[in-house]
Design a protein around this ligand. Structure first.
Ligand SMILES: [Zn+2]
Length: 102
């Protein structure tokens, strides 16, 4: 059996400060833009991803032994992503528009 997983390619990222519903306070977010798909917002405080109104917490459902490790890894990854972002929101949006041109 062959399993094919389709995924939109990321066009650009930018930083934002927004209120996180999980942390219940303002947090740093990395916003990833995808052509023709909704953006993904990742909180640097709790590591949660928000996409199309859904919350994704990859550590949920893990065994209790690994849950905290996976949660910390998600937060560390979000912070590393924050540090690596070089585009402003405007530049990211311009890159998205350029990518969506046919
Ligand atoms: Zn959060």
């Amino acid at each position: 059996m062959t399993i094919i997983v389709c995924r939109a390619s990321e066009v650009a990222r930018y930083r934002a400060i927004m209120r996180c519903p999980i942390c219940a306070t303002r947090r740093r977010f990395v916003v990833a833009l995808y052509g023709w798909y909704s953006p993904r917002f990742t909180c640097c405080g709790c590591g949660s991803d928000f996409e199309e109104g859904l919350v994704r917490q990859p550590w949920k459902g893990s065994r209790s032994v690994t849950r905290e490790l996976r949660r910390r890894a998600a937060i560390r990854q979000a912070k590393e992503s924050w540090d690596s972002v070089t585009m402003s929101r405007r530049e990211a949006m311009d890159a998205l528009v350029e990518d969506m041109r046919l």
